[in-house]
Write a protein of this length. Sequence first.
Length: 343
Amino acid sequence: MLVLGIETSCDETGIALFDTEHGLLSHALYSQIEMHSEYGGVVPELASRDHIRRVLPLIKETLNTARCQLHDLDAIAYTQGPGLAGALLVGASIGTALSFALKIPALGIHHLEGHLLSPLLSTPTPKFPFIALLVSGGHTQLMRVNAVGEYQLLGETVDDAAGEAFDKTAKLLGLGYPGGSALSKLALQGRSGRFKLPRPMLHSGDLNFSFSGLKTAVLTLINKHEMTPQTQADIALAFQEAVVEVLTEKSLAALSQSDLTQLVVAGGVGANSQLRQNLTSAANTRGATVFYPELEFCTDNGAMIAFAGAMRLQTTPPQTRQPASSFTVRARWNLETLEAIDI
């Protein structure tokens, strides 16, 4: 089964072709970072308009790279939610239109399920069940994953997500947008131990997170010290160390409480090198294994949507795979409400 994946949930247009027999054939991604950086954050209307400009050329590019034609497609998967409503409408409308025109099925995919399953595109792959740490955009969650579509929420952030905290702290340090990657790069020049920031909810006794207070603590440091380049780097490192420690300890606690030994890390913050080093080292000392997607699949991308769609569609009875005649998008969507599939 050859599946075209379309991802347009926020500020990146991702297209991919996944074949259930041959794996990922091709993928293309266009990021709107340069456009939104002028405004210090994502402007929804501009994001939607840019998706309209990019999505069809990227589909053509992806098909050409794989030496495929539209009539070779067996199905289409598009991001149905959560995300920016206008941006989601672009991918959903195009996916549905192609489905209707080509007389092939189309399936709306949960954006976070795409992230959660993205490590399965790499080798080695985890086996069900496992614990998943989702650190994508406005989401920081720990999930128990028993099967595709069978997700149990163990803990989540009660305020800012880790990615939001990175971006907001970067803005306080004058690093601009997007701030997460810039802050991580600056932290490489920092001196560990100069500043000590709080570890919110580290000993709360549950698996929830809180990162909002870290911004206040960073702001306090900024107001107390002259902002030399070295001081900026030291604060960036102190902030990163605090976030990484909390994410690591909560993830290991989830493994222990669930009596599991496999951890999957997915989402943009999952690309952070210090988080990867700390998690891998800490997990190995406890006999656990951590699985990560390739760096190019940590951020939003079409490959994860095509893959999730393929996994769901190949378990659907052929007689129920009908071309789409209508569509909806879901700007908010609880991952636990998805139906499990038997694979």
